[in-house]
Design a protein around this ligand. Structure first.
Ligand code: S3P
Length: 748
């Protein structure tokens, strides 16, 4: 028995009259009746046999063939007949409808229903609440009615300013009780949205099946038709009268969407005629990405803003030892850059080991939106069809970059010199991050950028001629450096960037890998200068993305703090500008060996063996800070497990990462009973024992994973809130971690 039938509710409605007891009317009636939301259901229709069947099936209590008399006792009338019959239905019930009765409908086109009501009543009475459940199937008739048809489906209500609040709330409560998700929209918006998402696909399915059915060989076609035909044409079995009415009722919006579709089809036809593979692949890869994204939304796994991000909770605990051999996902920084440089190169770029995390996928999608054909990612393989330095096109809307600061800062450089305006937006965390650090130097180069007080969204104005500048970065930031180098590809004269301390140099290495000339000069012991000029060409290439040392870092610490551990991390990028975490852990006493060191496409790579070792607290050398900037959350965990005091200074940048990583980590560590003291630019931690608590990651992927590592040494369970963003950099973290002996479960 379903919940609806087992838990009786207090009736909201005494007498429900359903006019048109088919799939939708019947499903609503049976649901409300079985749940006890209504006391008595009266069915009205033309086909007596099907009404009798409705009683036998328990959908109806009684039936009436005469609409006018049926509604006399009604408290609620649901019109579930084909849309174009609404006017005739209303004419028949107008005189007998009690004044207090609420009237609602389920039609797929709303403006036409409003017109019908106005034609019959002269206005829309306040008790009329129009609605539309986005549910159904190709089956029709009362036999197809299902008690759970609306569960987790959207129901759109389209109240007018004159609609009574009480009537609206009653209809909302009824739909809520079916398990539906109730939304509100204006009539016009509803009709436009449904024209595209529902009406057009039905129209095309009918047309395709009819066209095939009229061919001489139709028997052959249907006999051998496979899954594709079945999936695509299922909805051509829907009720023809109902759909005829919907198309006519929403004719204007349907025609508009049909026109856009015809233009798209024509474009594809021309591409096919000319054997234009790139054009075709562009259409197919964009469509696949959009459909895959939709599938994620359906499975509630999408990264888009409206998702409730804070409902993924990790529960992590102790473990005996961390051991095995794993390869963590591809390097995030290199993955971003491989798409960016591949897109503006001449010719194709093939990428392997690409990180399929939400951040790098946001970059990939941004370039698709700017007209670049990108195949994949398929198990880390991506093929980018470069469009050249001047081949990007204006995207159809704002580029949504999710949680990714790297995407926004690097793209702002690249896009400050394009021939079009473009807006860059992101999620709540990214929208709070400082962008002035790129706006200032880019503006000096001649870019025009509008921002929200130095924060996203950014609007990059097009058609600006940039000029090269000489820029001494006030903060050691690879993102700022890379942003300016990308802008420099388009600037008149030379662009020169000096960094106060070495930062990751993937952009420089990769530009060289694409055959672009640039000069890197060591100025003194610490600072470096990078120079480049416009006028060169990037040539498509192959890129093998090594595993991300920032993701490997969680396991370096996990194995270091868990007695008995012995773990190998394969094919990890060990670029000297990224190995601060290894240097710091070694200084704390960690047992880390690099094996099989090699060079892969200009980046040093090694397998890393890490074994348990008792750690001791240290003063972290400040020159290591930029080289380990993303690894401090988990290094703080190492410090909490070390004997003695660890002091970090010179790391104020941590306060403006995906969260304020000094405060967020200090709060969590203190909750776990660790002696941790945040300072303006770092933290002081006295190692000791770790307790059990609930900590909040504040949607920061690295904080969430760091606390899962801390749990290895906790006295009890550690519950970590707001972990969905782990998918930005390490989508299979929990699976890999549990595979080597960690103990993490996901709730929500
Ligand atoms: C990155 C640079 C660093 C780092 C970020 C990735 C990059 O940021 O924290 O995760 O790919 O260039 P900053 O340049 O702001 O230090």
């Amino acid at each position: 028995m379903s919940n609806a039938s087992s838990q009786k509710m207090t009736p909201l409605i005494d007498c429900l009259v359903v006019i048109g007891v088919g799939l939708i009317g019947g499903s609503l009636a049976v649901n409300l009746k079985k749940s006890g939301m209504v006391k008595r259901v009266v069915g009205v229709g033309r086909n007596e046999q099907s009404l009798v069947r409705g009683i036998q099936l328990g959908v109806l209590d009684e039936y009436n063939l005469d609409m006018a008399s049926a509604v006399k006792d009604a408290d609620l009338v649901v019109i579930a007949a084909p849309v174009l019959s609404t006017r005739s239905v209303l004419e028949q019930i107008k005189d007998t409808l009690p004044g207090h009765a609420i009237v609602t409908d389920v039609g797929s086109a709303k403006a036409t229903v409003v017109d019908a009501i106005e034609a019959v009543f002269g206005h829309v009475p306040e008790n009329f609440v129009l609605g539309h459940p986005i549910a159904g199937s190709e089956r029709s008739g009362i036999e197809a009615a299902q008690i759970k048809l609306f569960k987790k489906h959207n129901v759109i209500l389209t109240p007018l300013p004159s609609t009574s609040k009480q009537a609206l709330e009653t209809v909302r409560a009824l739909w809520n009780s079916t398990g539906a998700n109730v939304l509100e929209m204006t009539v016009e918006h509803h009709d436009q949205v449904l024209a595209v998402t529902s009406h057009l696909p039905h129209l095309i399915a009918y047309s395709l099946v009819d066209t095939l059915a009229r061919q001489d060989s139709n028997l052959e076609i249907f006999r051998y038709a496979a899954g594709g035909f079945r999936d695509f044409t299922r909805i051509a079995s829907s009720n023809p009268v109902m759909w005829h009415d919907i198309f006519i009722a929403n004719r204007k919006s349907v025609l508009e969407s049909l026109e856009r579709f015809s233009a798209g089809l024509e474009e594809l036809k021309i591409a096919l005629e000319h054997g234009d593979s790139q054009k075709m692949l562009g259409i197919f890869t964009r469509a696949k990405a959009a459909r895959d994204h939709f599938t994620k939304i359906l499975a509630h796994r999408a990264y888009v803003e409206p998702m409730k991000k804070n409902n993924v909770v990790f529960q992590a605990g102790q473990s005996h030892a961390i051991s095995g051999r794993i390869r963590v996902p591809g390097d995030k920084s290199i993955s971003h850059r491989s798409i960016m440089l591949g897109a503006i190169a001449e010719g194709n770029t093939t990428i392997t080991g690409f990180l399929e995390g939400e951040d790098s996928l946001a970059t990939l999608q941004a370039f698709r939106d700017m007209g670049v054909v990108i195949e994949g990612p398929e198990q880390g393989e991506v093929k980018v069809y470069g469009v050249g330095l001047h081949g990007l096109s204006k995207p159809p809307g704002a580029l949504y970059l999710g949680n990714s600061g790297t995407s926004m800062r690097l793209l702002s450089g690249l896009l400050s010199a394009q021939a079009f305006d473009v807006e860059l937006t992101g999620d709540a965390s990214l929208s709070g991050r400082p962008m002035q650090r790129v706006i200032d130097p880019l503006s000096r180069m001649g870019a025009e950028i509008l921002s929200n007080g130095g924060k996203p969204p950014l609007i990059m104005k097009g058609n600006r001629q940039l000029k090269g500048i000489s820029y001494e970065m006030p903060v050691a930031s690879a993102q700022v450096k890379s942003c300016l180098l990308l802008a420099g590809l388009y600037a008149r004269g030379e662009t020169r960037v000096t960094e106060p301390a070495p930062t990751r140099d993937h952009t420089e290495r990769m530009l060289s890998g694409f055959g672009y000339d640039l000069t890197v000069r060591q100025l003194d012991n610490i600072s470096r200068e990078v120079r480049l000029k416009a006028g060169g060409v990037l040539k498509g290439t192959r890129i093998d993305v090594p595993a991300d040392i920032s993701s490997a870092a969680f396991f370096l610490v996990a194995a270091s703090i868990t007695p008995g551990s012995d773990l190998i991390l394969e094919h990890v990028g060990v670029n000297p500008t990224r190995i601060g975490v290894i240097n710091i852990l070694r200084e704390m006493g960690a047992h880390i060996e690099l094996q099989n060191e090699r060079n892969v496409g200009g980046e040093p790579v090694a397998d890393i063996r890490v074994r348990y070792a008792p750690l001791k607290g240290i003063d972290i050398p400040e020159d290591q800070v930029p080289l380990a900037i993303d690894e401090f959350p988990v290094l703080f965990v190492a410090a909490a497990c070390a004997s003695g005091r660890t002091v970090l200074t010179g790391a104020e940048e941590l306060r403006v990462k995906e969260s304020d990583r000094i405060q967020t980590m200090a709060d969590g560590l203190i909750a776990l009973g660790v002696d941790a003291r945040p300072t303006d630019d770092g933290m002081i931690i006295n190692g000791g024992s770790i307790g059990s608590a609930t900590v909040d990651s504040h949607g920061d992927h690295r904080i969430a994973m760091a606390f899962a590592v801390a749990a290895l040494r906790a006295s009890g369970k550690v519950q970590i809130l707001d972990c969905a963003n782990v998918a930005t950099s390490f989508p299979n973290f929990v699976q890999l971690a549990n595979g080597v002996g960690m103990n993490i479960s996901i709730q929500g």
